[in-house]
Design a protein around this ligand. Structure first.
Ligand SMILES: *[C@@H]1O[C@H](CO)[C@@H](O)[C@H](O)[C@H]1NC(C)=O
Ligand SMILES: *[C@@H]1O[C@H](CO)[C@@H](O)[C@H](O)[C@H]1NC(C)=O
Ligand SMILES: *[C@@H]1O[C@H](CO)[C@@H](O)[C@H](O)[C@H]1NC(C)=O
Length: 225
């Protein structure tokens, strides 16, 4: 009796485990950042990069009026990825507007798009190499990363993330700089006045928290390396 119960329990665990593995396979469109317009891998990664989940409705943007919602679809053989854009108020991605569709070819190099623009940090001018990956792991090890989730533990598949490679510096306004880097697994943002080298720690490791930019109360962000 007892043994049977244990076997039954173990079978259920196995079935759940198998189902989880099957369900967890998820595709992302990756945009890996490079400084040069040929996205030369040998020259190393630099600037702002992204990854976006395929086939789900998600929002991108900082403040309510300029949020857009997106669903990404893939071409045959994952040869391209189309970002279908929906209005800010359309959280369910119900009313497509094809004139705003943007398609990226896998393996091509583009000007980095401005999906990470939160009005405070204008994108630095880099390029991105687009690729389509199953359960991606190719983000550079040293990068300050912002990840968007829909669960309050930040434990499910992320909707999307953007990252800055080590030592990315933003210059905004006349006199203000932000510098992002990771050191020994901890993400840092330094705020600098006057010059990019005279900085104080402004913001370190932000744990999983409700969207601080408050455009959607069910969105959570994690800052990490
Ligand atoms: C994307 O790929 C599909 C084939 O898989 C093709 O029919 C379509 O025209 C491509 N879209 C663009 C914009 O290149
Ligand atoms: C990243 O930058 C920080 C600060 O500049 C430095 O301490 C760290 O060693 C760098 N990591 C790598 C892998 O270059
Ligand atoms: C660094 O900046 C502060 C003001 O933000 C200034 O008081 C200080 O003199 C600066 N130090 C150097 C070495 O420039």
């Amino acid at each position: 009796m007892k043994i049977e119960k244990i076997i039954c329990f173990l079978s259920i665990i196995l079935i759940i485990g198998y189902a989880t593995i099957v369900v967890e396979s998820v595709y992302y469109v990756e945009m890996t950042p490079y400084a040069d317009d040929a996205c030369t891998v040998e020259k190393g990664e630099s600037g702002v990069g992204y990854a976006f989940v395929v086939g789900e409705c998600f929002g991108v943007g900082s403040f309510a009026p300029i949020v857009n919602n997106y669903i990404i679809t893939l071409g045959d053989n994952n040869n391209n990825a189309t970002f279908h854009q929906y209005q800010s108020s359309d959280n369910a991605c119900s009313q497509a507007n094809p004139i705003y569709d943007v398609t990226y070819q896998s393996g091509s190099c583009y000007n980095a798009p401005e999906y990470a623009d939160n009005n405070m940090y204008p994108n630095i001018y880099n390029y991105v190499l687009v690729s389509i990956k199953e359960n991606p792991t190719s983000m550079p090890q040293y990068a300050y990363k912002f990840t968007q989730y829909i669960d309050s533990n930040c434990a499910t598949n992320p909707q999307w993330y953007f990252f800055y490679t080590n030592d990315t510096v933003f210059h905004y306004g006349n006199n203000d700089f932000s510098k992002f880097y990771c050191d020994e697994g901890e993400p840092y943002e330094l705020y600098c006045e006057g010059s990019a080298t005279n900085c104080t720690v402004n913001d370190q490791s932000r744990p999983c928290s409700r969207n601080v930019w408050a455009w959607h109360e069910h969105i959570y962000f994690l800052a990490s390396c």
